[in-house]
Ligand binder design. Structure first.
Ligand SMILES: *Cc1c(COP(=O)(O)O)cnc(C)c1O
Ligand SMILES: [Zn+2]
Length: 382
């Protein structure tokens, strides 16, 4: 029996114009706002959560994703990562271990989905700006799907990320300045060459991929929703994507509630924390960002308004941690739990110490930390 797809098209988050799913779009052609995919929960409510199939990757949840029957799935076994209890905290803490992904970070989920959607629509060349990990992920999936991939990175980047991207066949350009400068170079070249810009939220096909973490977490907790999800926010792709999927699960009745988000940023680049704490509805650019957590060194996330909306809806908490605390947490995670994390990822552990110490969350509450990336690519920062 052929079931209708839940994926119905795209919609602008600003002017709400909708677009059919066949069009290859980046931002809204009308107002330059960010596009979201339309996933219809009513159609999903016809499937049973006991009948998802054994696919050992995030593609088990294909029905929730913006792809079509005819699309060729570009997969390297991303997702289906362990949810593991941490022993060294006196709380009820789980870690979603995204270091187990093919290139060592959860960026693989977004890249697998985006390259699937784009290559199926006939895109042959993608270009993106990255702090390093997205470059590795897009290099891998582009290689598998036979797309040309070009990545613009800021000069200050972990060397292993450059090397891995190059070995996977991507063309790398290092740019003076921050990711914002790399983003401007990317945009200019995409325009002049007509290549597809797959940068964070320029393409609408990445956040649902990271959203599959929410689906897996609920399944791994036997369809219980954790009280808190602690997430290190850079461009906010994972936060927006997970909030969307938690909301869909609640709508179709697979779970009863949604979690509260804790958004974590480093004190040297905390534009989302600042905006949320001062109750703003958009994020101002952070001047002179400085942190060892390169994945979080995003001075002005494009999806600022969207991130803040999700945080407010989840009655979330936003907090910043120092580089010193991050460094200490990297050592603790490795020695006490055998978790080799990169700084951006260890920020969640640093945050958890604050949350307990300052009694912002109770030790009996169920907490899931997202361990976003492996420290193998950042060994020089230990
Ligand atoms: C990209 C990245 C982040 C931030 O993710 P967003 O979804 O852009 O907020 C956090 N940790 C690591 C290791 C990353 O690579
Ligand atoms: Zn628009």
């Amino acid at each position: 029996m052929r079931r209708e797809r839940a994926f119905q098209g795209l919609q602008c988050t600003e002017c709400h114009t909708t677009y059919p799913k066949g069009e290859i779009l980046q931002k809204c052609p009308k107002c330059n706002g960010l596009l979201d995919t339309i996933i219809n929960p009513e159609i999903l409510s016809e499937i049973s959560k006991d009948n998802l199939g054994p696919t050992p990757s995030m593609w088990k949840y294909q029905a929730f994703l913006p792809v079509d029957e005819k699309d060729r799935i570009v997969s390297a076994g991303e997702g289906d990562t362990p949810l593991r209890k941490l022993r060294s905290f006196y709380g009820n803490v789980w870690v979603k271990d995204e270091t187990k992904n093919p290139t060592g970070t959860f960026k693989d989920r977004g890249a697998s989905l985006a390259v699937t959607a784009l290559s199926s629509s006939g895109v042959k060349e993608i270009i993106l700006s990255s702090e390093g990990n997205a470059g590795c992920s897009f290099a891998l999936y582009s290689h598998i799907a036979d797309l040309a991939c070009r990545v613009f990175l800021p000069q200050q980047v972990n060397p292993a990320k450059v090397e891995l991207s190059q070995k996977l066949g991507a063309k790398i350009t290092l740019v003076d300045g921050t990711i914002a400068d790399a983003g401007r170079r990317t945009e200019a070249l995409a325009k002049s060459e007509g290549s597809y810009n797959a940068s964070t939220f320029v393409t609408p096909y990445r956040h649902d991929g990271k959203g599959t973490m929410a689906l897996e977490i609920c399944e791994q907790l036997d369809w219980r929703v954790p009280d808190y999800v602690v997430y290190p926010v850079g461009g906010g792709v994972g936060l927006v994507g997970m909030w969307k999927m938690f909301s869909i699960l609640e709508k179709i009745g697979w779970v009863k509630t949604r979690p509260r988000f804790v958004a974590v940023q480093p004190t040297g680049c905390a534009p989302v924390v600042k905006a949320y704490q001062s109750k703003r509805d958009d994020v101002d650019e952070w001047k002179n960002p400085q942190t060892i957590a390169f994945g979080l060194r995003i001075p002005k996330p494009l999806a600022g308004k969207w991130i803040l909306r999700c945080l407010r809806e989840s009655d979330g908490i936003a907090m910043s941690v120092t580089d010193e605390e991050i460094r200490k947490s990297m050592g603790q995670a490795l020695k006490d739990e055998g978790l080799l994390l990169e700084p951006s990822s260890a920020a969640t552990i640093a945050a958890l110490h604050h949350l307990y110490r300052e009694k912002m969350i109770d030790r009996s509450a169920e907490v899931v930390l997202i361990a976003t990336g492996s420290g193998l690519k950042t060994l020089e920062q230990f």
